[in-house]
Design a protein around this ligand. Structure first.
Ligand code: SAM
Ligand code: GLN
Length: 282
């Protein structure tokens, strides 16, 4: 039976959760809360403390399309248009990989390696949203960072993020294949290159397969190419830090060893997976 009772926050939350659940979304409640809080300009807690507040037509019209986009399995980060990475909130859209929690560990490791360098020069290869480059610039106030990407769309997002994060004066963007058009020498070369084997693409979750840029995710020889190209750009004692895919760490560590890198080491991510490989140019 229909009633004339207006739609409340509790109603739309319950409906959105059920809708997202039916679409196979992994965390339907969390995602519904974040989308509705964003659309209604409320804190997540206020969805509950104001649960019986009726919604206006405008509010419903703002919320519905966002919930529907998530139902089509568009990544939550694209639906919200922004995503947290370490201390930063980055603008993200379909031009860039959604920054991942494991990459926060890669940055953590790199910052530890350069903490005693007063003004480190840093190169981030394949910067995407700028997550790595901008975090290093913002967390190491002496750092100067060069960030490259092959994708013009990604560099546009990253440059915008540099402005928003207040570090644009210390970050320079270069468009090109890997290190092409990069000048200078570096205390740290860091990269999260595309490393997912092409054969794995079809089995990735729809959020990745249907929405994220394929060239940001899939790559075969990119990791080794980054390791080789970093060599002539590293200052003596400089570090290479790489994010690697599941099961790739030992092979990449061996590769660094045979290229002549010293102090090669593997660090796990928070899920206990071997995720970061580093080496020093001695
Ligand atoms: N650094 C970001 C992060 O960690 O969230 C994005 C990493 S994403 C896995 C890889 C990035 O490398 C994408 O932005 C992609 O456009 C870029 N890329 C792919 N092939 C490249 C190439 N040959 N030269 C430079 N960048 C490339
Ligand atoms: N970690 C990403 C994923 O799970 C891939 C990122 C990359 O290829 N560097 O798909």
């Amino acid at each position: 039976m229909s009633t004339d009772r207006p739609v409340t926050i509790a109603d739309i939350l319950a409906r959105s959760i059920g809708y997202l659940e039916g679409k196979g979304v992994e965390n339907p409640r969390l995602d519904a809360e974040l989308i509705l809080a964003h659309a209604l300009k409320l804190g997540r807690i206020e969805l509950y403390t104001h649960h019986d507040r009726p919604l206006t037509e405008e509010e419903l019209a703002a919320a519905r399309p966002l919930v529907e986009r998530r139902g089509k399995r568009e990544p939550l980060a694209y639906v919200l248009g922004e995503w947290g990475f370490r201390h930063l909130v980055l603008r993200v859209d379909a031009n860039v990989l959604v920054p991942r929690p494991e990459t926060e560990i890669v940055v953590e490791r790199a910052l530890a390696l350069i903490k005693d360098v007063e003004q480190p020069s840093v190169l981030d290869i394949g910067t995407g949203s700028g997550a790595i480059a901008l975090s290093i610039a913002s967390e190491h106030p002496g750092a100067r960072v060069v960030a490259t990407d092959i994708s013009e769309g990604a560099l546009g997002v990253a440059a915008d993020n540099a402005e928003r994060c207040g570090v644009a004066d210390r970050v320079e963007f270069v468009r090109g294949h890997l290190t092409a058009h990069v000048n200078g020498t570096f205390d740290l070369v860091i990269s999260n290159p595309p490393y997912v084997p092409p054969a794995d693409w079809d089995s990735l979750q729809p959020e990745i397969r249907l929405y994220e840029p394929r060239e940001a995710v899939v790559g075969t020889a990119q990791t080794a190419a980054v390791a080789r190209r970093a060599l002539p750009l590293l200052l003596p004692g400089g570090w290479l830090v790489l994010e690697v895919g599941d099961g790739q760490a030992q092979e990449v560590a061996d590769e660094l060893g045979s290229l002549g890198y010293a102090d090669v080491r593997i660090t796990n991510d928070l899920a206990g997976r071997e995720r970061v490989v580093e080496g020093r140019w001695a």
